[in-house]
Design a protein around this ligand. Structure first.
Ligand code: EPZ
Length: 423
């Protein structure tokens, strides 16, 4: 098992180049199997979740090859397997996109219930409600979701809750339904726009992605396409917050600054300098004291829940008392016990974390409890005096490409060690 060893209290400086968006990649790759053709997808992040989907698609009969670390060529002409219950599928949440993609192309699918980060119940009822509205039969057979339809027809679907996954999954299936589908109260995250753009490059007819009403005119067939994934707003935000907490000055490159607006606004509010370019942001935190603020996570364009652990960590060393309200996930505070081992003073009451800023953090042994919690542990360790050892790095590797290499290039003292599991 890998661990990260970090000697903290060093300023970060220099430039970091952000990889492609994990949450776009894990939807675009399943979408590629909807065409009986070849797709080439570029700017993919070289992370475990993408490798997991690559393996899954090949087990389904696709012929996928890595043209380079960031480019997958996927020939889905011979995909025939619509029962997808491999171990890889159970490891990640996004495997549920295979339901929408297979239902669209083959009008049937059996996919194992998704895995993924554990922060409370993660229902898929809205996905299934959408599939039923399009005319599919839906059954849960043990831990496998079974969907099938003689044919799919357009429908008007109102989302009870704003859901990224359900919005994308319904969009996938509706792309090949007969007639017009509208998704109202749709999620508006950048990765939803990315998936819609990719589908349209394949011949789909989707309008309104990025707004709360998406209109899809069904088509009979899709063809192959070449596509470049957007930059990862959450990876970018993670490095922006890391620069801030260390009092450094870092250029975060290959991003879409507009996607970072909610974080940039909050960082400026606490006293961090932010300079925006066309495809970069310079975070300047040198010789600055930061003041407390409050954060409420919500769907895009609000403050992203996937940056909540990282921002809470920064607020733990800001002067004054901050408040964070986690409105998306019911239990996304498991990491706070680990943060308290490093000296943070935080109390959690339901969805609210009350953070009393401390002057410094001290190194300790901690564990990543999930992907973004792991990112928060790195951020805390970069600030902490002394050495911090972070366990369960496998979670971090699911969503961050070459994490120790990127942080080392910014001046962090960070090493990956491999520890054999205790027998
Ligand atoms: C996506 O998860 C992301 N994962 C998550 O990022 C992210 O936290 C989340 O969107 C919110 O932005 C991927 O894209 C692979 P949702 P998803 O459906 O689609 C409720 C990361 O760190 N809901 O938008 O699963 C749900 O309980 C990961 O990269 C239902 O009630 O999230 C939650 O309260 C962690 N029924 C809210 O909606 C449903 O059928 C938002 O969930 C679906 C969701």
């Amino acid at each position: 098992m890998d661990r990260l060893v970090i000697k903290g209290n060093r300023k970060l400086s220099g430039e970091v180049v952000i990889s492609g968006a994990k949450n776009a990649a894990v939807a675009v790759i399943p979408a590629a199997i909807m065409a009986q053709d070849v797709c080439v997808i570029d700017n993919l992040p070289y992370i475990e979740d993408v490798k997991c989907l690559y393996t899954t698609l090949n087990k389904m009969g696709a012929e996928s090859v890595y043209e380079d670390k960031h480019t997958l060529k996927i020939d889905s002409s011979n995909v025939s397997e619509t029962k997808v219950t491999f171990d890889e599928v159970r490891k990640m949440r996004a495997s549920y996109y295979l339901l929408g993609a297979l239902l669209g192309r083959f009008k049937k699918a059996q996919v194992a219930m998704p895995g993924g980060c554990n922060f409370g119940t993660r229902p898929i009822d809205l996905h299934l409600k959408g599939f039923r509205a399009l005319g599919a039969n839906v059954e849960i057979c043990g831990d496998v979701v079974c969907v099938s339809a003689e044919k799919l027809h357009g429908a008007g679907i109102y989302m009870d809750t704003v859901s990224v996954g359900a919005t994308i999954n319904i969009m996938l299936a509706a792309t090949m339904a007969e007639g017009v589908t509208t998704i109202e109260n749709a999620a508006k995250e950048p990765h939803i726009v990315d998936v819609a753009n990719f589908l349209n490059m394949m011949g789909a007819k989707i309008k309104g992605a990025g707004t709360d009403v998406i209109k899809i005119i069904g088509v009979d067939r899709l063809h192959g396409a070449e596509y470049t994934i957007i930059p990862d707003q959450i990876e970018a935000g993670t490095y922006m917050i890391a620069a801030a907490i260390t009092g450094g000055k870092v250029k975060v490159s290959n991003i879409i600054p507009k996607h970072m607006d909610s974080l940039s606004a909050k960082l400026m509010e606490i006293g961090v300098g932010i300079e925006e370019g066309d495809d970069y942001i310079i975070v300047d935190a040198e010789n600055k004291n930061f003041c407390a603020t409050s954060i409420r996570t919500m769907a895009y364009p609000g403050f992203p829940t996937d940056l909540q652990p990282q921002m809470t960590t920064l607020l733990s060393v800001c002067d004054g008392t901050s408040m964070v309200t986690e409105n998306v996930w019911e239990k996304r505070y498991q990491y706070i016990d680990e943060l308290k081992r490093l000296g943070a003073k935080i109390t959690v009451e339901g969805r609210v974390a009350i953070i009393e800023g401390v002057k410094e953090l001290s190194g300790a042994s901690v564990e990543a409890t999930d992907l973004r919690a792991g990112a928060a542990m790195i951020i805390a360790a970069l600030k902490a005096r002394g050495e911090t050892v972070i366990g369960e790095v496998k979670y971090i590797d699911r969503g961050y490409e070459e994490v120790e290499k990127k942080f080392s290039s910014l001046g962090a003292d960070i090493k990956r060690i491999n520890v054999e599991p205790e027998v």
